[in-house]
Each structure stands twice: as C-alpha cells, then as structure tokens.
Design a protein around this ligand. Sequence first.
Ligand SMILES: Nc1ncnc2c1ncn2[C@@H]1O[C@H](COP(=O)(O)OP(=O)(O)OP(=O)(O)O)[C@@H](O)[C@H]1O
Length: 453
Amino acid sequence: MEQTPTIRVAVVDDDPDIRTAARLALSRHVGEVVIEPRPEAVDPTAFDVVLLDMNLATGARDGRDGLDWLQRLRAADPTVSVVLMTAFGSIGLAVEAMKHGAADFVLKPWQNERLIATVTAAAALAQSRRAGVALESRHRALAASTTSPSGDIVAAAPAMLAALALLKRAAPSGANVLLLGESGTGKGVLARELHRMSARADKPFVTVDLGAVPESLFESELFGHKRGAFTDAKEDRPGRFVAADGGTLFLDEIGNLPPHLQRKLLTVLERQEVIPVGGDQAVRIDVRLITATNLPRLELAREAVFRQDLLYRVNTVEVALPPLRERREDIAALLEHFLALYARKHQQPRRRLTSSVLEALEAYGWPGNVRELQHAVERATILASDDALTVEDFPMLAAPRSATTTDAATLDSMERGAVERALAAHGGNISRAAAALGLTRAALYRRIEKHGL
Ligand SMILES: Nc1ncnc2c1ncn2[C@@H]1O[C@H](COP(=O)(O)OP(=O)(O)OP(=O)(O)O)[C@@H](O)[C@H]1O
C-alpha cells in the first residue's frame, strides 16, 4: 500500500508489546505513529487518529476507563477520530463506544490489514471533519462581514424607517415575525435582512413561496419524504424545515394556504418536529419562522380565511409595510438607488431625472410598488436615448395622465359609493358584495380599508 504521509496516529496502550506491534503494523502506511502508555500525554489536536486501549487501568476489564478517555479526548478536539481497541470485545461495548463518539472499534489480536483499513478510514473522517470546521469558520467570517446594516435597503419615509427599527429590535430575539404588505413592497428583502441581523445569520436562510407549491406536494416539500413514499420519491429528501434547521425559514404567501394545510403547519410549529412523508420517525427542528402575506390585515383576522391559532403562532411580531404610494419620501431615494444600480449592471451612463419627471414619478400610484419602480428604472436605463430621462421613458406615466386630481377624487368617491351600496345590499356579507362588484374578497377588503368603511 502506498504511504499516506499526512496521517498522524497516536497509539495509547499500557502494554508495551501492543504498542510496538501497532507501530510496526502502521508505520509503513501512515505518516506518523506516536506510541504512549498514558492517554493524558496525548494532545488530540496533533493527531488524526487516537488508537486507544479500552482497559487502561491495571486490571480493568469493563472498558469504562477507555470510554471515559474517549469522551475526554473528543471534548478536547471534537474532530479527532478515536478508535478503541479491546481484547474483551463485545457488540454491546462496541455500540456504547460508538454512541460516545468512537469512530470505530478493533478487537485484539487484530489482523494488520483490518487495522490499517480502519485507521485510514478514521483518519479520512477526521480530516473531512476538520475541513468542514474550517469551511464553517470561513462562512462565519463572511457572514460577520456582511452583518452591518444592508446598503441594499432603501428607506427614507418615516413609516419605512419605523418598520426597519421594529425589525431591528425583533431580530436578536428569535421571535416569529409576520410581514404584511402588498405585493412588491419589500417583504422578501426585509425577511432576508431580519435573518442577517439575527443570531442565526451564519445559518441557512430558506425561502418557500407557498403560493407556488402545489397542494399535493406541500407536505413533501416542507417536511420531506422517504424513498418510495410515492412514485417519484426515488430517494430520501429532507424538506425545507430540515434544510433551515438552526436558521430561518421564510414562508411567503402564507395567506394562500388552504385550511387543511394550515392545520398541518400549526401542528409542526406546536410540536417543533416534522414527520417526513412515508416515514414514522419525527425529526426535531429548530427554526426561526418569518411569514409574509399580501392579504389585508382585516381579511387575515377572519377565522374563515386564516386559522387564528396559526396566526397567533406566527405573528409574535407583526411588521406592516405600507404601499409605496403611502411613503412618497421613499420614491426619490429608490429611483436614485436603482438608477445607479442599473447603470452599473448594463454599463450605461447614469441617467438623470429632471424635476418635472421626478414630480410625475412621485405623484404616480405605483400599484406594483417597489418592484414596479425597479423595473421601470431598469427599462428606462436600457432604452433611453438621452442621459436626461423624460416622461416618455416611463410609459406607465403616459396612460392615466389625463386623470386630473379632480377626476381622481371623483373616481374615488364613485368607488366608495359602489362599495357602500354593495355592502348595504348584501347585508354586509363580504363574499356576496365582492361577487356583485366583480372583485375578489381580498380586493374588496382593500377598498373597505382604503375608504375607512
Ligand atoms: N426598500 C427597498 N430597497 C431596495 N429595494 C427594494 C426595497 N423594497 C423592495 N425592493 C426590491 O423590490 C423588489 C420586490 O421586493 P420583494 O420581493 O421583497 O417584495 P414582496 O413584498 O416580497 O413581494 P411579493 O409579495 O410579490 O413576494 C425586489 O427586487 C427588492 O429587491
């Protein structure tokens, strides 16, 4: 066998013949073999493998001494591989040693080939553990370097600054956070920011868009499945809860979850364990949960729409992101941010906004919120013929510009009247009033809220 110079082994046995035999067997196959009669003389960080006698105390026969030293060595260096040797081997003792973290077990007298194979495999295990630890610490350093306040989140409006301040206070606590806001208001970016500011920042951040998970795959996606659980389950697959273990799980569009799946989710959150589809073993999980929905708050408060016991589980802290039209101070700041970003991305000159274009953009309603603004700026950066952008570079400004303030007020009051009449005609029944108006219930709730009805 070829020599592997990187492997370092300590042999600890009170019997000098055993020490010599082990050294003879191993020295041609590993880089370094050190023999020691006493375990206290061994520094586990200096070795990949410690080959340790189970019965070190004179006359000891029950292996307790070896188990005790196994634990002490592993406590001093959890990455070291300890292989136990015993002349009184029994399966029971072997199992116990493995439970206490032994990499493997050899019976005396050993066959040299077996001993060499066992020690080489144990060394590979130690080396891969050490590589893993090195990787994790690099990851930690990287995460630490990015935990300063994010430069990617723009906030100038008081409502947005207040939302960010609340998020910052909630971040270290590990409390479940519910983010509310229309589509495109920034719930996704804030969820990520919350994770970055939390004690779990160097652990996984896993997102699931519940609106995009077909009902039939919900359990397998979230809780995982065992091989053979259904036709396509070719192998075991951990679900998103397990993938996020130790970190943060962000469940987006939680308001879209049908009632029977809301119940399943609630059970998992209460028990803090998941049972993969086709499995019978529960897996314990430790995740910080962030949820988000674009359902209006009033809608969410209805048991028929959303289980209130689930709501109380997920909304320990509730953060509402106002629509962009209600935080106009953010518009100019966001425009600046995206003009710089897209000029860099598309290697275009940095476009400028004249004050009249800026005013028009600030007055616009932005139904698609920040996402719409972002796309509008990207498009303008790519297509504009001049550095100074004009109203024509923003097509959404062109269409409704004929609506004057008075027209808008008239439209608003017409809408309010229609909603009031429909509600009165249907005795306040939301579903029927919504159907009569040709709206979804969520859309009707938004209008009820908007008009303060
Ligand atoms: N305050 C902000 N600063 C910078 N970029 C933002 C901000 N808010 C949102 N964005 C950007 O706008 C886009 C939409 O944001 P995000 O996906 O977080 O919204 P959302 O509320 O989660 O939307 P949806 O409900 O549709 O999932 C993203 O590209 C995001 O980077």
